[in-house]
Design a protein. Structure first.
Length: 135
């Protein structure tokens, strides 16, 4: 799983949360990236590609992004995957950032394949928050 944010701090925090909630001493690998190459807010295709290579274990890599331009960066990167040396397959998860990350990492940790990981993340768009009041 690769989490892409405009802020490395936000991506790292979401990654730590997802891993801690996976409930395993051996969680699925998660890489986070955020910010631009110039150390400001933004996203970098170079950093995303490097993160995907770091977590690749030969089963596929799911990528989740926080905001519109990060989504655009990821989709452009995937469109030119060979040019950027991405592992195969790499898929974009169209999901809310935090909830999607938690669901995806939990599913991958439990042994789910790439399709199951993407489905779990994307299912989070259909989960309503109203009426849920447990802590």
């Amino acid at each position: 799983m690769v989490l892409v944010s405009h802020s490395e701090e936000l991506a790292a925090a979401a990654g730590r949360l997802a891993v801690s909630l996976a409930g395993s001493d051996d969680p699925a690998p998660v890489a986070t990236t955020g910010g631009s190459l110039a150390d400001g807010p933004g996203t970098s295709a170079v950093l995303v590609a490097a993160a995907a290579r770091r977590v690749d274990q030969g089963h596929g890599v799911a990528v989740l992004a926080d905001l519109g331009s990060a989504v655009g960066t990821v989709l452009a990167l995937l469109a030119a995957a060979d040019e950027h040396g991405l592992p195969f397959p790499v898929r974009f998860a169209d999901a809310p950032f935090v909830e999607g990350a938690v669901a995806a990492v939990a599913t991958a940790t439990a042994g789910g394949d790439l399709s199951a990981v993407l489905d779990a993340a994307e299912e989070m768009y259909r989960q309503r928050k109203s009426g849920q009041h447990s802590l």
